[in-house]
Structures are given as structure tokens and as C-alpha cells.
Design a protein around this ligand. Structure first.
Ligand SMILES: Cc1cc2nc3c(=O)[nH]c(=O)nc-3n(C[C@H](O)[C@H](O)[C@H](O)COP(=O)(O)OP(=O)(O)OC[C@H]3O[C@@H](n4cnc5c(N)ncnc54)[C@H](O)[C@@H]3O)c2cc1C
Ligand code: FES
Length: 290
């Protein structure tokens, strides 16, 4: 007689096609900045909406019929379930098609994919979030997760830079954090044509002069344009941050999102599978990662 385990092994397994997206409805389109909109979405299937779990730093593949798929970071925090928020810059085929959609229109979402920030390691430590421009998209999820779970983290510091106040993503939300006493929120712009900006003016590296950072007890999460990485990394290394305490969200062109097609490979790693969050130590050991 066959053992129960053997019989179970021969049962036909009903696996869901991993490339099949779940349908989600757009519940809000908020024009934050020219060509940078915040899309709020909810899965049509209620069970899916309630049971979708992600970690800050993970991304989804967003699909639109006739246009294709694009990897987009989840900007909302898992501490606020039920909806998903995506901060999307208009770039090409998929994002242009998304920008033509309105409230109640439907898109496909598969994921979440990749490794997010190592929350278990960061817990009990200080958290320094350093963002530039669109880099705030993945870091916002981590920021709100840490603020919603305030007791799990020690000092929380945000440093965010944009070109002008009008270019600053999530501006109202972030300006409202400046007065919080349980965190340090430092916002800077390269230039202020209006003269009405009440925060800092200058490059994000300057913000280090206004924060007390102890590299031995801090994890730094960094995301921004390539030029910003260069200067922020120089600053963090000058402060003697251990290389495995510098966490970076890195982008590569992606197709499958699940480690099958090889499009996003860097050295022996797949950005979609082993990233998009890498330590500086990882990045140093991978050719052309940064
Ligand atoms: C893990 C991950 C997370 C991302 N999160 C976000 C996000 O939260 N918000 C957001 O707006 N975008 C995000 N992106 C970038 C977004 O996926 C690309 O801009 C994507 O190409 C948009 O698709 P599209 O069809 O509109 O543009 P496409 O038609 O594919 O391309 C538009 C232009 O962007 C260039 N391009 C495409 N991909 C890349 C890339 N990886 N690096 C450099 N240049 C590229 C193309 O050469 C072209 O010039 C993310 C990318 C990755 C890998
Ligand atoms: S996108 Fe296919 S392997 Fe990463």
C-alpha cells in the first residue's frame, strides 16, 4: 500500500501561473508634481486586498493591457493595509498608458517581489533615511512603517532633497513631519525660486551638519539619482559607517521580476530576486552595480 505522503506527492498540484496579475482598481490619482503622480489602488478581490503582504522596499510588476508591464516600488507602508500606493514618474510606454487612466479604471498587479529592507536587523537601532528626488518612492514605505511602529526603532532621521519646493514629492506630508518631536525631518531644496521655502536650501549632504548620527548604532537607507549616491556614500564612509549598515535601493531593467529571464542580472545576482535592496558591501562586490 502506498504511504499517505507518496499519494500526496502524486496529487495534481493546482499552481497559479506566477505571471498572471491580480486586477486592482485605481481609487485615487493625485498629481503630486508634474509627471510624478501618486496612484492609490485596491485589489478588486476583497480577500486579496486584505491578505496582500509586502515589506518596505519591495516592488510589484504593474501591467496595462496593450502597453506591457513595469516594475514599480510600493510607496505605502504595510502598516496601512487594504490599499497600495505607487508614486509613478511618466517615463515611457507603460507609465504613459497609466497616466491616461482615471479613478475606477483597472490595472494588473503581480508581486510583491524582491527583498525589502532588513527590518529585523534595523529594529532596535537608529534609522537614517536619505532620499533624493524619486528615491522617496521606495523609502516612503520604510519611513511610515518605522513611524507607525515607533517603539521598534531608536532615533529616526529623514534627509530628503529635491530640486525646488515644487519638485518635492509628498511635500505636504513631509513638511508636516518637521515639527514631530519623535523624529528628525530635514528637507532641503537645491534652489527656492519662490522665496517661501522654510526648510533648508543646499545639497542633501549639507543636512548631515544638522543631525546627530552615530554610525555604530544606525542603519542608513539610501535611494536617489546616481549622482546623489556618489556624494551620500562619500559622506557615510567618511563618518565610518560599516558597509553592511548602508542599504541601497538599486534599479535595473526588469522583465519577469522573478529571477527567470536574466534581464536584471548583475554579476551573479538578479536585482529582482536578490535586491532591489542591497547593502553597500554587496554592491561593492558586484561589477557595475553602482
Ligand atoms: C525595482 C524597481 C522599482 C521601481 N520603482 C519605480 C517607482 O516607484 N516609480 C517609478 O516611477 N519608476 C520606478 N521604477 C522605474 C520604472 O520601472 C521604469 O521607469 C520603467 O521603464 C517605466 O516603464 P515604461 O514602460 O513607462 O518606460 P519604458 O518605455 O520602459 O522606458 C522609458 C525610458 O526609461 C529608460 N529606462 C527604463 N528602465 C530603466 C532603468 N531601470 N534604468 C534606467 N533607465 C531605464 C528607457 O531606456 C527609456 O528611455 C522602478 C524600477 C525598478 C527596477
Ligand atoms: S527581471 Fe527577469 S531575472 Fe530579474
Amino acid at each position: 500500500m502506498q504511504s499517505a505522503a507518496r499519494v500526496a506527492a502524486y496529487q495534481p498540484v493546482q499552481r497559479r501561473n506566477p505571471y498572471l496579475p491580480h486586477m486592482a482598481r485605481i481609487v485615487r490619482v493625485y498629481k503630486m508634481v508634474l509627471d510624478n503622480y501618486l496612484f492609490t489602488m485596491r485589489f478588486i478581490d476583497d480577500h486579496m486586498a486584505q491578505n496582500f503582504h509586502h515589506s518596505p522596499g519591495q516592488f510589484v510588476m504593474l501591467s496595462l493591457p496593450g502597453a506591457g508591464e513595469a516594475p514599480i516600488s510600493i510607496s505605502s507602508s504595510p502598516s496601512r493595509p487594504g490599499i497600495l500606493e505607487f508614486c509613478v514618474r511618466r517615463a515611457g510606454r507603460v507609465t504613459n498608458a497609466l497616466y491616461r487612466l482615471k479613478t475606477n479604471d483597472v490595472v494588473g498587479i503581480r508581486g510583491p517581489y524582491g527583498h525589502g529592507f532588513p527590518l529585523a536587523d534595523i529594529a532596535g537601532n537608529d534609522l537614517l533615511v536619505v532620499a533624493g528626488g524619486l528615491g522617496m518612492a521606495p523609502l516612503r514605505s520604510l519611513l511610515w512603517y518605522s513611524l507607525d511602529n515607533r517603539d521598534k526603532f531608536n532615533k529616526i532621521t529623514l534627509m530628503y532633497g529635491a530640486r525646488t519646493p515644487a519638485d518635492m514629492l509628498f511635500r505636504e506630508e513631509l513638511v508636516s513631519l518637521v515639527d514631530r518631536t519623535d523624529m528628525t525631518c530635514l528637507l532641503t531644496v537645491d534652489a527656492d525660486p519662490t522665496g517661501a521655502w522654510k526648510n533648508y536650501i543646499g545639497l542633501p549632504t549639507r543636512l548631515f551638519d544638522f543631525a546627530e548620527i552615530n554610525p555604530a548604532t544606525t542603519y542608513a537607507a539610501v535611494c536617489g539619482p546616481p549622482v546623489m549616491y556618489k556624494f551620500i556614500l562619500q559622506k557615510l564612509l567618511a563618518l565610518e559607517f560599516p558597509k553592511d549598515r548602508i542599504l541601497m535601493s538599486l534599479e535595473r531593467r526588469m522583465k519577469c521580476g522573478v529571477g527567470k529571464c536574466g534581464h536584471c542580472s548583475v554579476g551573479y545576482k538578479y536585482t529582482c530576486l536578490h535586491g532591489p535592496i542591497f547593502t553597500y558591501w554587496d554592491a561593492l562586490n558586484l561589477p557595475e552595480m553602482i
